[in-house]
Design a protein around this ligand. Structure first.
Ligand SMILES: Cc1cc2nc3c(=O)[nH]c(=O)nc-3n(C[C@H](O)[C@H](O)[C@H](O)COP(=O)(O)OP(=O)(O)OC[C@H]3O[C@@H](n4cnc5c(N)ncnc54)[C@H](O)[C@@H]3O)c2cc1C
Length: 389
């Protein structure tokens, strides 16, 4: 009698390496930590230092492009809200936003855009200055004729949300966070660090933001995957004596958010030269310590730009003061940040398997904070669907 051939079943938990502990790497690690996987998160610096700690913390729904971008943003916002009780340090707040409109043309543009989506899934409404005042306790100057309200827009703490997620992960037995450990190469799923140690993993996720491209360059990316880098300049003020609950945007933001963009040429004339020079819109939000963060300008052709032009941050501060008729405190700091951005108008980020078991996840552009949890869930599904080797 011949015995049946032995079938070997691999019962050890899958080993996953995640390189980069920005918001993309951290949220992927957090979603995977709820499974039976063993996760090692590599971060080259003592703590994340990229776009994920240099941003506005806006969980921004209002201007999202219909389709995948909006679907992922709504899904991710829901998860931000759910995890906020588990990880209170992310300071999620459903503060809403107001885009201030100063002309009939801007109001027409807003109404036409809103009417173009009968389901109004972004929950937008054009409201009057009186409604702004009674609902948000924000007094506007008389030149502001109306505001686009988005009740779904929310915020997290831009400096600490990712740190809070990492702190939560450090309490999780199946997650190892290796800070100050730069990964030097990932060939054949063997992760080598600059310290000389190496380890083989079942899956390697590369979430290195604008850095770490040397890990991917041995494989290259297909021509149909276009990624570019954008630099931004931002500023924060000293603490204000007044409180500003909602996020404020000026009407220049209609020119930059894809939901409104198709209606711009019909309704708006050219942008003023100064914000145009800096690819700028005013965005302003207050942190819990009273400081106000101001931005943002976009430099598409200067990925390593470090300079902040004072004329543009002065413009942001003056514009906010003129719209709210308030004394905006002096500037306390200015900084730059950069992100990678996909050139694909349909898929709002890149998740590309560069080699067997190696997934490159990047290029969520100015939406990385907003989309992160939904991206993490898609990456988790990709890992779970992968056959064991
Ligand atoms: C000024 C500014 C404002 C923004 N505002 C918003 C906003 O309000 N809302 C929003 O949704 N999005 C916003 N964004 C976009 C968002 O911040 C980014 O899309 C997101 O943070 C990108 O996250 P990431 O994890 O891919 O990259 P990063 O945050 O850059 O993280 C990558 C990490 O990988 C590490 N790393 C790199 N190479 C290696 C290596 N070889 N080994 C180990 N570790 C490595 C880096 O040290 C870094 O910590 C803004 C971006 C900027 C710059």
């Amino acid at each position: 009698m011949s015995l049946p051939a032995q079938i070997e079943i691999d019962l050890r938990p899958p080993k996953i390496a995640i390189i980069g502990s920005g918001i993309i790497g951290a949220t992927i690690a957090h979603r995977l930590s709820k499974s039976d996987m063993e996760i090692t998160l590599f971060e080259k610096d003592a703590r994340p230092n990229g776009a994920s700690v240099r941003n506005f913390g806006l969980i921004w729904i209002s201007g999202r492009r219909g389709g995948e971008e909006l679907r992922l943003a709504l899904e991710s916002r829901k998860i931000w809200s759910e995890v906020s009780s588990e990880i209170p340090g992310i300071s999620f707040s459903e503060n809403g936003s107001l885009t201030l409109l100063t002309s009939e043309a801007e109001i027409d543009l807003a109404n036409e855009a809103i009417n173009s989506d009968p389901s109004n899934s972004r929950r937008l409404a054009v409201i009057t200055p009186n409604e702004v005042e009674s609902k948000y306790k924000v007094t506007l100057v008389s030149s502001v004729k109306a505001a686009i309200e988005c009740e779904l827009d929310a915020v997290v703490d831009p400096n600490h949300a990712v740190i809070a997620i990492l702190e939560d992960l450090s309490k999780t037995p199946n997650v190892t966070v290796r800070s100050s450990t730069q990964v030097a190469s990932i060939a054949e799923r063997i992760v080598k660090t600059v310290h000389g140690d190496h380890e083989e993993f079942d899956v390697v996720i590369v979430a290195t933001g604008t850095a770490g491209i040397e890990l991917i360059s041995p494989y290259g990316l297909p021509e149909n995957i276009g990624i570019s880098t954008t630099s931004l300049a931002m500023a924060s003020t000293h603490a204000a004596t007044f409180s500003l609950a909602p996020t404020i945007a000026d009407s220049d933001s209609l020119r930059y958010y894809p939901f409104f963009q198709p209606f711009v040429s019909k309704h708006l004339s050219d942008q003023d030269p100064l914000p145009l020079r800096h690819g700028a819109q005013l965005l302003a939000r207050q942190l819990t310590d009273g400081t106000i963060i101001l931005g943002d300008s976009h430099y598409y052709d200067q990925p390593t730009r470090f300079k902040v032009d004072i004329e543009i941050v002065d413009h942001f501060r003056a514009k906010l003061g003129s719209l709210l008729n308030a004394d905006i405190p002096s500037l306390e700091s200015v900084w730059t940040g950069s992100y990678t951005r996909t050139l694909d108008p349909i898929r709002p980020y890149v998740a590309h398997p560069v080699a067997d078991g190696i997934l490159y996840v990047t290029a969520a552009g100015g939406m990385g904070m907003t989309l992160s949890w939904a991206i993490a869930d898609e990456v988790k599904s990709w890992i779970q669907a992968r056959p064991r080797q």
